[in-house]
Ligand binder design. Structure first.
Ligand code: CA
Length: 226
């Protein structure tokens, strides 16, 4: 899952990014509302964590403007030092999906993010399945035919993205956009390398089963829809 944090307090933003990365998320940050709005508009995030008081464009305006974009319904979690009921209502009226008052416990933030992501992916439920393969993004566990598969965080993020789009062709560019942070220079070769790692773990140990990851030459990859 890919998260955008829009927060101008550098230390808090850094702490949240590190913590969320350890929890297995791919994380981008923006330190002002205008940059946050631009990144969020690309639509590659599963959840946006948005501070209320921000330079350039405040969180409420970012939220309102994002909600005006067609086909962009990324869940938004508003963060704020304000804790009056009126402010909460104002945030929700402007399109935020949830609200967390500072200071908050990190575990609370993670729980809210997961709940919002689940809401977004309702039809997929929490466990993703295809031909004996099961991925639980909440616990970061994967298995095929009951056999536990140990994946790195990046492999899990890639596999989760592929399985969410099973039956569809995804290009290397789409994979880079959804699985790597915005500010990293990733070449298509790196995607190929990670696809290779995944094949070794989810296809190679199961020679009698179908190969899940298919290369669609000239286009990208596809996970078989079973
Ligand atoms: Ca702030």
């Amino acid at each position: 899952m890919k998260i955008l944090i829009v927060e101008d307090e550098a230390k808090l933003a850094r702490t949240l990014k590190q913590g969320l990365e350890q929890a297995g998320f791919v994380v981008d940050t923006a330190d002002n509302g205008a940059d946050g709005f631009d990144l969020a508009s690309e639509g590659s995030y599963d959840v946006i964590v948005l501070d209320w008081m921000l330079p350039e464009m405040d969180g409420l305006t970012v939220c309102r403007n994002l909600r005006r974009q067609e086909n962009l319904n990324t869940p938004i979690l508003m963060l704020t030092a304000k804790n009056q009921v009126d402010d909460k209502t104002e945030g929700l009226d402007n399109g935020a999906d949830d609200y967390l008052s500072k200071p908050f416990a990190f575990s609370e933030l993670v729980a809210r993010i997961k709940a919002l992501a689940r809401r977004k992916d309702k039809p997929l439920s929490t466990i993703l399945k295809t031909d004996g393969l099961m991925i639980n993004p909440q616990t970061m566990e994967a298995s095929r035919y009951g056999q536990r598969i140990n994946l790195t965080k990046k492999e899990l993020a890639l596999l989760e993205y592929l399985v969410k789009h099973k039956g569809q062709i995804v290009t290397k560019e789409q994979i880079i956009t959804h699985v790597w942070p915005h500010d990293t220079d990733i070449l298509p070769n790196t995607v190929e390398a990670y696809i290779g790692f995944l094949r070794k773990k989810i296809d190679k140990p199961f020679p009698n089963q179908i190969k899940l990851i298919e290369t669609v030459r000239g286009f990208g990859y596809k996970i078989k829809h079973v």
